[in-house]
Design a protein around this ligand. Structure first.
Ligand SMILES: [Zn+2]
Length: 229
């Protein structure tokens, strides 16, 4: 095993434990994969994260063959998403309480809050229900993830994507937080949604921020900038 693979396995175990500490994980329901070599690394089936070690992570090829322990029962959608989405390297799945509660109603979360834009569009979609571990579930997930970094899975849970382990974990926490806020907001009736024009502005602003140019309009004197020493 190379140093780089050892390091990736170690960081995957750390990310899984953070899924526990952030409250995303319920029992052993979550799973995590990361692009690696001619395939990907994925968490093993039914192993609690607090006892999982880097060597327990499963090395899987694109054709579904694997070395070591039995992979997560959801390996199929991990593989299909990593194959279909060259823009991401990590797939995180969990049954976090609020995201799953909204998904149990097959609700797509609208732009009731501007942070919905961080998933890449004006909605956080909910995929159609399909039996866990099946090709039908994988197909439904890929459809719901079109132009998005996250989706809900009908009567099941959520999937969050990222270029890195930290980014995917951050996204999963964001999905859970939005689902929680949406549910609370719905107590007072279905909340109003931001217009498509405003969401386009939000998404453009988010892209500017992640490109490191700062959130503010260029050409203005009133911008936040580091003080000269
Ligand atoms: Zn699941």
């Amino acid at each position: 095993m190379t140093e780089a693979e050892r390091d990736l396995r170690t960081r995957m175990v750390e990310t899984c434990r953070k899924m526990n500490s952030t409250g995303l994980n319920q029992g052993t329901a979550g799973n995590l994969s990361a692009r690696h070599g001619d395939g990907f690394l994925i968490t093993p089936s039914s192993m609690p994260y607090d006892i999982m070690q880097p060597e327990d992570i499963v090395d899987m090829a694109w054709d579904g063959t694997y070395a070591g322990r039995r992979p997560s029962s959801e390996w199929r959608f991990h593989r299909d998403i990593l194959k279909a989405r060259p823009d991401v390297d990590v797939v995180l799945h969990c049954h976090s309480t609020y995201a799953t509660s909204v998904a149990c109603h097959h609700r797509t979360i609208p732009a009731f809050h501007y942070m919905v834009g961080v998933m890449g569009g004006t909605t956080l979609r909910c995929a159609a229900y399909a039996t866990f571990g099946t090709q039908a579930l994988s197909d439904a997930a890929i459809e719901a993830l079109q132009d998005r970094k996250a989706c809900l899975l009908g009567q099941h849970g959520q999937i969050s994507l990222g270029k890195t382990l930290d980014a995917a974990l951050w996204m999963a926490v964001e999905v859970e937080t939005l689902a929680r806020m949406y549910q609370q907001a719905c107590v007072l009736g279905e909340p109003p949604v931001l217009s498509d024009e405003e969401m386009a502005r939000v998404i453009a602003q988010m892209q500017r921020m992640s490109y490191g140019l700062g959130p503010e309009e260029e050409g203005s004197n009133d911008v936040a900038r580091p003080r000269k020493a």
